[in-house]
Design a protein around this ligand. Sequence first.
Ligand SMILES: [Zn+2]
Length: 258
Amino acid sequence: MRFVIDAGHGGFDPGACGNGLREADLTYDISAVVSRELIKHGHTVILTRPNKGTAPNNAVTKNAELSVRYTLANKSNADVFCSVHINAGGGTGTEAIVYKVGNKATTYARKVVDNLAPLMGNRGVKDLEQLRRNLAVITKTKMPALLVEVGFIDNATDATKMKANIERIGCAIAAGLMLESYDIIPKPMPTPAPKSTPTPQPNPVTTLTINGKPITTDIILTGSGISYAPVRILAETLGYTVEWDNATRTIKLTKETI
Ligand SMILES: [Zn+2]
């Protein structure tokens, strides 16, 4: 498909300003990501404002600047026109504007808003009649056209989110224009299961008796069918003499036979 991506404002016109941000800068940076993503997916992109510092076609008045946008769009034979803007004037969240809700552009607008909403909040898709606005980039473009207002530059929370998420916002808009979903909220890294340190098991109490006489020791170990008991206590109970030869590491058990 062919898309016209229109970064709102620029050049002499900074657009809305607030919280240390300029609309023209945000729309340019977001549009650059949108464009990159669409191209990556095999689409053609026409940018109305290809340079960050200058207005389209170096226009010096707002009217000239606007006419360049829709004239270029109409010449481009594009399938969809998407203008990227940042709102102002008190409020929060993303909204998209189309000529008439229900037209073909509405499908793209809804998907774009739905993709941005988990991060920015959802103000829905509106039309010019509802908003009592006349936007040249919507009324004068021949193809399905939408204008997305990502968030409010004069709302500190929106401004912070937009500044920190240019990349994700651009990807979400691009996905929406391709009618695809995009998870804009970063998934938390799965927390690794805590390493299980084996809790030491107390030795099961094992009782040893020799000829009915219980042997008291706490070092009788049993397991896998084998029992370990101290030699000396066993042997001496049975009447043996126990000798330990450290040099040869030998235990000698001897029993005097009379
Ligand atoms: Zn604007």
